[in-house]
Design a binder for this molecule. Structure first.
Ligand code: DC
Length: 229
């Protein structure tokens, strides 16, 4: 038993809405929320800033270990992320950072470093954590695991919608291409690739509105309580 509640692991491909859904589920349950992708993005951002080679595993691990990582409490269920006292927000959404984060996430040493931080953050429970390997590797003992999926086309359409809503130009076919490449990179790597844990619930959100996805996960959580877990 964990003192603060259970761990809910949400995994799935890029752009499927894991963060939006995860935050809403966490709010409903009074849980905390962590997007582990932001940890990879933060390290990638710093490496780009320093001009480090993105294949240089030793240098990246040294950098990760030398940095002062902090996860300050935010307004909602999600903690912020800061490196050496600098709070990172918009920097992490940059396309170059997205690409670099997917690249450095292939490296075993980088993953091991992240694993330690992630286990530490979720150990006490009361946590919704999303990423690619939460149910398979970070918390194989998570009490509730969800694999959230949607077709690449649906994810690209949603991304175009988000960008347009922000008043940003969006090119559907470029975005679709980017999503397909990132899926291949995240699923095809040797170390902890994106894959559904055997005991994860599979939710295909291609045709499902966000609220329905949130409702389904909250329902799974309640059922867990009823089965006495
Ligand atoms: O979820 P995201 O797009 O913010 O993640 C950025 C990259 O980090 C993604 O391409 C793959 C990697 N990642 C990972 O390998 N394992 C995780 N648990 C989370 C993210």
């Amino acid at each position: 038993m964990r003192p603060n509640g259970i761990v809910i692991a949400i995994d799935g491909p890029a752009g499927v809405g894991k963060s939006t859904v995860g935050k809403l589920v966490a709010s409903r349950l009074g849980y905390s929320f962590i997007s582990t992708g932001k940890m990879y993005r933060a390290l990638a951002w710093k490496a780009l800033e320093l001009g480090l080679g993105l294949e240089d595993e030793g240098a990246l691990v040294d950098l990760a270990e030398a940095l002062k990582w902090a996860f300050p409490k935010g307004e909602g269920p999600e903690a912020g992320i800061s490196l050496d006292g600098r709070r990172l927000e918009l920097e992490l959404t940059d396309e170059a950072v997205s690409r670099a984060s997917s690249g450095i996430a292939k490296l075993a040493g980088v993953r091991l470093f992240m694993l330690g931080m992630q286990r530490q953050a979720g150990r006490a429970g009361g946590m919704v954590m999303e990423g690619r390997d939460i149910g398979t590797n970070v918390f194989p003992d998570a009490e509730l695991k969800v694999y959230l999926d949607a077709s690449p086309e649906a994810r690209a359409r949603r991304r175009v919608g988000q960008l347009k809503a922000q008043g940003t130009e969006a090119d559907y076919s470029g975005i679709l291409d980017f999503i397909i490449k990132r899926d291949a990179q995240d699923s095809g790597r040797k170390n902890n690739p994106l894959r559904k844990a055997d005991d994860a619930h599979y939710l295909d959100s291609t045709e499902m509105p966000r609220e329905k996805v949130v409702e389904s996960i909250v329902e799974l959580y309640k059922r867990l309580g009823e089965s006495g877990k």
